[in-house]
Design a protein. Sequence first.
Length: 501
Amino acid sequence: MTNRYIARPALALLLATTATAAVAQTAPTATPEQAAATYVERIRALDDAGPQINAVIVYDADAPAKARAAAATGILEGRTVLVKDNVETSEWPTTAGSLALADTTTGRDAPMIALLRKNGGVVLGKTNLSEWANIRSNDSTSGWSAVGGLTRNPYATDRNTCGSSSGSGAAIAAGLAWGAIGTETNGSISCPASVNGLVGFKPSVGIVSRTNVVPISSTQDTAGPMTTSVYDAAVLLTAIAGEDKADPVTLEAKRVADYTAGLDTASLKGVRIGVMRSAVGSRADVKALFETALADLKAAGAELVDVEYRAPGEMWQASLPVLLFELRVEMDKYLAGRPGTAGPRSLADVVAFNNANADKEMRWFGQDLFEDALKTTDAEAYAKNLATLRRLTRAEGIDKLLADNKVSFLVAPTRGPTWSTDLVNGDTSAGGGIGAGYLAAIAGYPHLTVPMGGVEGLPVGLSIMGGQWQDHAVLKAGAAYEKARTAKLPAPTFAPWKPAE
């Protein structure tokens, strides 16, 4: 990958890319400075050269020195974090993957990034994403943007990284940083975490500020951590969570001061867990992995309760109109408020830019959803649809499932194994009906995915969902499952997929 913002010297010696070496990020005894230096070398060797994972758009060559300076600061203590390129950082342009924003800088940090630095975190760089967080077209290919190109999955480089936090997922799977920040509207943390063999946590909407983040939805958007363990996800969440007067929903959130508290002793003994068998899908291999995960939960003392749930058609009829209405409103507000006068100032400006630059922006897919959003202006219909979604996913959705079945959490496979990337035809997947993360996404409730095994070397995650503001409890349940897990996890190959021998 060619970096748009900084020239990177080629390495004379490529770092080892065997499966064993690839997953080893840094030595346990490494100092923050040494760890940061290792990540910089891995970016050069694995992202720009070698298999060219193409997950990182830009990185900070001075990260090791900054990690040394931050080593005694806050909960992060100099740890390096990659940030999805729809979250503003003061060093570089925040592009959302679009050429329309590639040459403009805001010079400001999103509040979550200010907290990250205050708590000892080092922003190592920005990650590629599905352009505009995958809301531009129904026919998109996840992991592609005009700015960053196509991100590749470290477990199988011809397979998809899922969207829209594709670069964040692939980067951590490849060992390019300690952790990453992703964002989700509906599946954009959980899916890339699942198919890249990671822990991904979508917190309750309001735990983390959304100010100075390129938006889609005022009711569903949130940022969250993507890491290699539940504990690390809790550390990163602790660092970035906080109130923000500019984002009123954050003032309503019920946070805990330290999301790592109690994770080391977390237990599932006597905990009733709802099993969403209707969300397992039709694949026998995914079903087998899920049954192993359920056996592990039961062996750890959990009481498993089958719960019945089928998403009503009314929910799907209301969902997209709500997103399109909010997209137009929130994007116009965000673009109009960016510092300076350069770049688009409205969603209509973005549509015009894409039309004028169709050869670069729309070679692989169009902007039908953007165009539909410009026409979705009925505020009364929006309010009715939003009320429908809130009712169906909250009071008659997750809240009802938890209460009626007297369970603390809901579990299901997150997604099936990743699919072959196809820029011509767009995203495809097999084994329909896998996963129920849409419920937590639309409701704005917490959703954790933890690796539960692999299918032919391709990772598959286990989803754990809970009620609003139950983020800490969900993380503790995930930590307890992580300790009880017996399944063998696959390792990145940094090569195209081939059948297991």
